[in-house]
Design a protein around this ligand. Structure first.
Ligand SMILES: *Cc1c(COP(=O)(O)O)cnc(C)c1O
Length: 373
């Protein structure tokens, strides 16, 4: 008898949330309205009262942050090659030039020494990514930004519930962008939100979110910037609110699962199997993913196929962005960021989701060991 398929990620929507969505659908107001406002308020409260605006994706959230920061043609923005391609695409969308800095082989996040070395007089902003929810050294990041007068757009898409020295990611810093896409720790089906610094930025965010429009009085309407169509619906906000109610329990459960992963792999796993475990951080990371870097002796495709045969889903987050065709056409290529290139070919994401059990972890680890053994 074979066990059921264990996916690498899976959203779970509880019954009260499904009921809340039903209420929105019956209410006569299904686009942006009271649920969006309530969600923005709840997120702001969680992040120490900082201003929050919601959008319909984490991608447009970052693009809007770059626009508010005044990033455009002629500017350079530094980011990591190991992220979802959205992180670099939004730089291209503004007309600015993406500049990559290689990653740290241990954290798999952008190497801050290399980030600092990549700064030029044209650098306007940096986009650090907290892969799998593990932040970079936030003190160092903001020291570099202050020294070189750079804006920071944190791609915290995976880091809701993560912390730095006891402070929540998003509760401090410059622009902080989160995603609520279906596979994130909490979801609104699709969506994102941005933490901003002041009312002026929030007004601009609202304009970019909806066609550049400012309304006043009964029939006043003005457009003075080019905005798009990026608003979150009340249907999505109702899902987000229902999910957000469990954020602390979700983060705690994922930390438990991660601890169990380490216990099951055992202290000799890396030396015996040649694979690399993630950083064992149970303080700051929200454990959005549990990622291994595979040894040289097996290809990722072969590993994924063998795991799949044994009913274990495996993800890969992410191939190096600079080797994708769109970026090769802009002058990037092999050998430029060797650590990212190696990790981008060998990194895999093991099952990790909110309703996963410790028995699932045991099964996942035993299967990894049998495939690598
Ligand atoms: C999910 C994700 C994004 C994009 O978010 P969407 O909501 O899918 O647009 C960007 N960067 C990282 C690191 C992500 O994980």
């Amino acid at each position: 008898m074979s066990l059921p398929f264990l996916p690498f990620a899976k959203p779970t929507i509880d019954e009260p949330t499904i009921a809340a969505v039903g209420e929105v659908l019956r209410s006569g107001w299904i686009t942006s309205g009271p649920k969006v406002q309530a969600f923005e308020k709840a997120l702001s409260d969680y992040l120490g009262g900082r201003i929050v605006r919601t959008f319909n994706s984490g991608t447009c959230t970052m693009e809007i942050a770059l626009r508010i920061a005044g990033v455009g043609p002629g500017d350079e923005v530094i980011t990591t090659p190991i992220s979802w391609v959205a992180t670099a695409n939004v730089i291209l969308e503004t007309g600015a030039t993406p500049v990559f800095a290689d990653i740290d082989p241990i954290t798999r996040n952008i190497d801050l020494d290399k980030l600092e070395a990549a700064i030029t007089p044209r650098t306007k902003a940096v986009i650090p990514v907290y892969l799998s929810g593990l932040p970079v050294d936030m003190d160092r990041l903001y020291a570099i930004a202050a020294k070189h007068k750079l804006r920071v757009v944190e791609d915290a898409a995976q880091a809701l519930g993560s912390t730095w020295n006891g402070k929540r990611i998003g509760a401090f810093g410059d622009f902080v962008s989160f995603s609520l896409q279906a596979n994130k720790n909490i979801t609104s089906s699709e969506g994102g939100f941005l933490v901003l610094n002041n009312a002026e930025e929030a007004r601009l965010a609202e304009k970019y979110r909806l066609q550049g429009v400012t309304r006043s009085g009964f029939d006043g309407l003005e457009v003075d910037v080019l905005g798009g169509k990026f608003n979150m619906t009340d249907v999505a906000a109702a899902i987000g609110l229902g999910q957000f109610a469990h954020i602390d329990a979700i983060t705690a459960h994922r930390k438990e699962l991660a601890r169990h992963y380490f216990a099951c792999f055992g202290s000799d796993f890396e030396s015996r199997y040649g694979a690399q475990l993630p950083v064992a951080d149970f303080e700051n990371s929200n454990w959005h993913m549990f990622q291994l870097v595979l040894p040289e002796r097996i290809t990722r495709a072969a590993f994924m196929e063998k795991m799949m045969e044994k009913q274990i889903g495996i993800g890969y987050h992410y191939p190096a962005i600079h080797l994708l065709k769109l970026y090769r056409e802009r002058g990037f290529g092999e050998g430029m960021f060797p650590v990212a290139e190696r990790v981008g070919q060998r990194i895999v994401s093991l099952p990790m989701f909110n309703t996963m059990s410790k028995d699932d972890v045991v099964r996942s680890v035993e299967t990894v060991k049998s495939v690598l053994g």
